[in-house]
Design a protein. Structure first.
Length: 102
């Protein structure tokens, strides 16, 4: 996984020199319109079933895809799962933070 600031070097037409990490996260977040993401399993493959994800203490990693200057990039997330419902056998709340790209 690469640092978000490296996007400025790879895609200078999109990510300007003055942009800091929070600007880049905001840009990516605005283009993540579907809000769909994949959880990472222990083998590094994505799944949309959280029960198959590599979850440790209510946290896991995931990713979504976004197109930048004609390239499809995988944007990685830290996902926090909370409010486990014993009856439904699922987490009721999820939140995510963009952490890197590949």
């Amino acid at each position: 996984m690469r640092n978000l600031l490296e996007l400025k070097k790879e895609y200078p037409n999109t990510f300007k020199d003055w942009m800091d990490e929070s600007d880049i996260k905001e840009w990516l977040d605005l283009r993540w319109t579907s809000r769909e993401y994949w959880y990472l399993m222990s083998n590094g493959i994505g799944t949309q079933d959280v029960s198959e994800a590599d979850v440790n203490d209510g946290e896991c990693q995931g990713y979504f895809n976004v197109r930048v200057e004609g390239d499809d990039l995988k944007i990685y997330l830290n996902i926090t799962l909370s409010d486990w419902d014993d009856e439904e056998k699922q987490y009721l709340t999820e939140s995510s933070v963009i952490i890197g790209w590949n």
